[in-house]
Design a protein around this ligand. Structure first.
Ligand code: PPE
Length: 304
């Protein structure tokens, strides 16, 4: 169950958590066109900070732009509103969810002049895939559902409706007893998880899927940078499901999932069946950086 906090920013002002409601004929609720972000704020030794807030706000504007929704606030206003949402709720560590949606007005697919509305909520959210996921790794399966074709949905945008595909894949994986699903693209190559990008390690090389049918993850970008700084070669290249089966290590990245090792894929043990050395090293570095325990990448942290 979600842990409520006190206030939600809605259309320029804070309202009580319980009062942040909308009309049932809100356009986005029916047709799924809305843009959102998932951002984490971490507690560190020098106080709390929001991880890569600029990149998340920029992606929110890009998503809205792709979806032809004009956000009635500028980038700085939403950036500040997000920081204020964390502050006003006195949260030292939280998950932040900004949502840009098409409001009440005309019904029918064409949104016309319906208002573009914005909400920002923040609440405490622990590990995404369960207690042991980060330490021991998860069991994943390739989904029977296919990830987006580039001309069906444009995955550079983080659009609510796209997540129908993720929900179907996730429900299937959970029903079958797995923790997470990995989806293939329409050509049969590995794309990403339901809410995570995917990496594999083989012979010391880190590989991730190119930006065709996946979301351009902020965590993905951070991990690629951290790997390069450690002289780990990084390639963005399509790979097949059997490349996963023979990988030395696999892990998933996302704001919610952070850096989650995968210990089993489609019933096949990955590597030694425990998180591998490169995964563990990158995960450790990632957590040190988000919590500000490492001075490196200070520009990635916005103090609250
Ligand atoms: N792919 C997808 C499909 C995705 O939803 C996410 C984030 C990522 C990759 C990783 O992106 P980034 O967070 O920028 O590293 N998924 C968000 C929503 C998860 C949810 O269940 O809600 C998230 O992690 O916040």
């Amino acid at each position: 169950m979600l842990q409520p906090s006190e206030k939600i920013w809605m259309d320029g002002a804070f309202v009580n958590w319980a009062d942040a409601s909308i009309h049932v004929l809100t356009h986005s609720l029916h047709y799924g066109l809305a843009a959102f972000e998932g951002i984490r704020c971490y507690k560190g030794r020098q106080g709390s900070s929001i991880f890569r807030l600029k990149e998340h706000v920029d992606r929110l504007y890009e998503s809205a732009h792709i979806a032809m929704m004009k956000i009635p606030y500028d980038n700085k206003q939403l950036f500040d509103a997000i920081v204020e949402t964390v502050r006003i709720n006195r949260l030292d560590a939280c998950y932040i969810r900004p949502l840009v949606f098409i409001g009440y007005g005309a019904m029918g697919v064409y949104p016309g002049d319906n208002p573009i509305r914005v909400a920002i909520a923040a609440w405490r959210w622990g590990s995404y895939l369960g207690e042991d996921a980060l330490a021991k790794g998860i069991r994943a399966k390739v989904s029977s559902f296919t990830r987006h074709h580039v001309n069906v949905t444009m995955t550079r945008a983080k659009v609510s409706g796209y997540y129908v595909n993720s929900i179907l894949a996730k429900q299937e994986a959970k029903t079958d007893g797995y923790d997470e699903a990995v989806l293939l693209d329409p050509d049969g190559y590995v794309a990403e998880g339901t809410g995570e990008n995917i990496f594999l390690v083989r012979n010391g090389v880190l590989k991730t899927t190119p930006l065709t049918s996946i979301l351009e993850g902020v965590t993905r970008n951070s991990i690629m940078q951290l790997a390069r700084e450690r002289n780990i070669p990084v390639v963005e290249e399509r790979f097949t499901r059997d490349a996963m089966y023979v990988a030395d290590e696999i892990f998933l990245t996302g704001t919610a999932a952070e850096v989650t090792p995968v210990r089993e894929m489609d019933g096949r043990r990955i590597g030694a069946g425990v998180p591998g050395p490169i995964t563990k090293d990158l995960q450790k570095t990632f957590f040190e950086i988000v919590r500000g325990e490492e001075t490196a990448h200070a520009s990635w942290r916005t103090p609250v």
